[in-house]
Design a protein around this ligand. Structure first.
Ligand code: F6R
Length: 242
């Protein structure tokens, strides 16, 4: 694993954006696996800025997002589709049809999960998968447990995840109880993984995920099995390493 620690958040975000931009420059048709949450926001801001300065184009790229809440109405301000439109897609030249986010309102969620896996197989492999990490070690919404699921599936969000995400909703009662998430096998199929974590509250889980045992009780620890992972941390998130 390649672990880089930054003093300033801006440097972390511009480095992450630079890695994605270089990929798009060398491979305009790249498939990007994208994440939501607070961790990638700075990277998306830098990518937007680079696009506006003519330094990067998404015109031929495709994206697949990791996850989506179940049951939020279309256009809900906290849906992950809205998040991606707001933070990246509407600011760059990506073709809307080439941006994929699981449909958390599908009448048949099982069929939606199977279709999402077929889509990843068709357009993949993902060239670069951007990831954040939950306080419990989740990646996507693959929550810790005695086992994990390989493909896209419906997951019950654990209380800690709902509490962490309640900051974006008027109250915790409005945080959905379920999500559709890409599974760990799909995530690990990406050619390169870019894991981003910021803040002292991520220090312990980053330490566990990168240096502890590989276990389904910490899904991010499976990244230790991947041959091409870059980890971008701020000083606080990297505080317990070495
Ligand atoms: C988001 C996702 C989640 C988040 C994680 C960290 O698409 O899949 O795994 O990356 O919950 O969230 P933040 O970045 O808000 O701390």
């Amino acid at each position: 694993m390649n672990i880089w620690t930054f003093e300033h958040e801006e440097d972390l975000s511009s480095t992450g954006a630079g890695i994605i931009a270089s990929l798009l420059q060398s491979k305009p048709r790249a498939v990007l696996g994208l994440a939501t949450g607070s961790s990638p926001v700075g990277i998306y801001r830098h990518l937007t800025d680079m696009h506006q300065r003519g330094l990067v184009s998404f015109a031929q790229a495709s994206t697949v997002n990791l996850d989506e809440y179940v049951g939020l109405p279309e256009g809900h301000p906290e849906s992950y589709r809205t998040f991606m439109n707001h933070h990246l897609f509407q600011h760059v030249d990506i073709h809307p049809a080439n941006t994929r986010v699981p449909d958390g309102n599908a009448a048949d969620l099982e069929a939606e999960c199977a279709a999402y896996d077929r889509l990843i197989d068709e357009i993949g492999p993902v060239d670069l998968q951007l990831l954040g990490i939950g306080h419990n070690g989740h990646i996507g919404f693959n929550e810790p447990g005695p086992s994990l699921v390989g493909g896209t599936h419906v997951v019950e969000l654990v209380e800690r995840t709902r509490q962490a995400n309640a900051r974006f909703f008027p109250s915790i009662d409005e945080v959905p109880a379920q999500a559709v998430t890409m599974g760990v096998a799909s995530i690990l199929k990406a050619r390169q993984i870019l894991l981003v974590a910021r803040g002292a509250d991520k220090a312990e889980i980053i330490h566990r995920a990168l240096t502890g045992p590989i276990t389904t009780e910490c899904p991010a620890s499976l990244l230790q099995c991947h041959p091409n992972v870059v980890v971008l941390l701020d000083r606080e998130a990297g505080g317990l390493l070495r």
